[in-house]
Design a protein around this ligand. Structure first.
Ligand code: FE2
Length: 318
């Protein structure tokens, strides 16, 4: 059994820096996932976010979820459900413009905690992007700039709860997919597991660890690294016991950012024919919205075809 990569970020400041960078590199190349400990975000803040998220679910989301289950007759299903996930969610946007004040039903202390948590995660995401640059031999700031577009990155949070499910063999918590964006930072329940990634044709659990942040790479990092790093299929298995909390934050390119393989990573002639596409991030997201639960490769192919028919303007010659 392979050991899921865990990175102690505090070791970047000491003599174990090289070994720590190597764990991150190996995880990016072979897992698309790793778990961070001692990432610098206060445990107290994480505890507050967890407590308030769970309270908010009970107060504002649980009843609605139960009504959805009843209206669709999901308790009594007899065959596999393939068009629905056993999850209760809402979304927050932080960048380029926050919509936190427009979300109904959020208590002030919850709004405040989520704002502070998002700010911490944004810093962590940018620190990680630079660590990836270092491992890839790219200039510091390359990935942040690649995501920037004209208004900076898009950063948002999907707050999910996966309630206990009477038919976990027939309904997935979340069907298998790769993430469309850049870097994903997940604060997951430390008691109720369920997240799995696909590695060498085997579904592997992402282990719950208290106060950790799980990182995974989205499709855009696969494109920019020209496939050196991969976005990896993952899913959530609903559990028959326990309510799983999952707070996933997406540090993504700005909508008008032009995404393409870093020239420094496609230097070798042999790699040119395998090159990934160039596109405007917003166009990728439009396609993704329709085909999220399908394989990513046809998405990349479709963007290649679009790239040859759509004029990207002066940026296309970069
Ligand atoms: Fe995902």
């Amino acid at each position: 059994m392979e050991i899921f990569p865990v990175v102690d970020l505090s070791k970047l400041n000491g003599e174990e820096r090289g070994a720590t960078m190597e764990v991150i590199k190996e995880a990016c190349e072979n897992w698309g996932f790793f778990e961070l400990m001692n990432h610098g975000i206060s445990h107290e803040l994480m505890d507050t976010v967890e407590k308030l998220t769970k309270e908010h679910y009970r107060k504002c989301m649980e009843q609605r979820f139960k009504e959805m289950v009843a209206s669709k007759g999901l308790e009594g299903v007899q065959s596999e459900i393939s068009d629905l996930d056993w999850e209760s969610t809402f979304f927050l946007r932080h960048l380029p413009v926050s919509n936190l004040n427009e979300i109904p039903d959020l208590e002030d202390d919850y709004r405040k905690a989520m704002k502070e948590f998002a700010r911490e995660l944004e810093k962590l995401a940018e620190q990680l992007l630079d660590l990836l640059c270092e491992n890839l031999g790219l200039d510091k700031g390359y990935l942040k700039n690649a995501f920037y577009g004209s208004k900076g990155p898009t950063f948002g949070t999907k707050v999910s709860n996966y309630p206990p499910c009477p038919k976990p063999d027939l309904i997935k918590g979340l069907r298998a997919h790769t993430d469309a964006g850049g870097l994903i930072l997940l604060f997951q329940d430390d008691k109720v597991s369920g997240l799995q990634l696909l590695k060498d044709d085997q579904w592997i659990d992402v282990p719950p660890m208290k106060h950790s942040i799980v990182i995974n790479l989205g499709d855009q990092l696969e494109v920019i690294t020209n496939g050196k790093y991969k976005s990896v299929l993952h899913r959530v298995i609903a559990q028959s016991d326990g309510n799983r909390m999952s707070i996933a934050s997406f540090y993504n390119p700005g909508s008008d950012a032009v995404i393409y393989p870093a020239p420094a990573l496609v230097e070798k002639e042999a790699e040119k024919s395998l090159e990934y596409p160039k596109f405007v991030f917003e166009d990728y997201m439009k396609l993704y919205a329709a085909v999220k639960f399908q394989a990513k490769e046809p998405r990349f192919e479709a963007m290649k075809i679009m790239g040859t028919t759509v004029n990207l303007g002066p940026i296309a010659s970069v």
